[in-house]
Design a protein around this ligand. Sequence first.
Ligand SMILES: [Zn+2]
Length: 233
Amino acid sequence: MSIIKVGDLEVEVVKKDIKNIHLGVYPPIGRVRLSAPASSDDEKIRLFIVSKIPWIRKNQRKFKDKERLTHPNFTSRESHYISGRRYLLEVDVNGMNKNQVTLAKNKIKLNIKEPYTSEKRREIFESWLRRNLRYRIEPILSKWEKLMSLHCSEWKIKKMKTKWGSCNEEAKRLWFNLELMKVDDSCLEYVIVHELAHLKHKHHNKHFFNTLSTFIPDWEHRKNILNQTLLVY
Ligand SMILES: [Zn+2]
């Protein structure tokens, strides 16, 4: 393997017994690899790379966006999803309102006393998320408790790695993932009804899905949208 440099772009080049040039951009950071027929000379390969630069950059950007969504630093110009909409984060260390988060049009403004560490910015951001999610869940949950004649004894918001929600049937306790702040109300409603249904049916059996379909006929559609949402943090 050799490296061919075009400007600041580094491409790993492997020559082998193939007919055509293959070019690929790979996660997580957008590494570029090219395989070429054994006989091709470096100048020809370089010209090929130059002709593909816009395509390479486009694909590298995709990985970078995904990387920033899954590992946010809470710095300016980062994308964050709130209620199914994309917002750009704007960190302001000079504003009047300290340690506060506000939504304005397509921006989330994070006003902080000093730049802090990314951990501190995350803490401020997440306590805002938590408060807001609580406001969103409350009315939807109480509406569906009445409609389904099912009641939980308590509910909490938690960070969970693999689930949107969970239900402890014995204690009648529901947990909701903090990440639900990202999704819109129709998906949030599906998770709430799903967990409430577990108060009646512990397992994902026929009866459970019948209950779900009775109250949320399009639950599968909502579930698909949820599945496309990244579970991160
Ligand atoms: Zn379930």
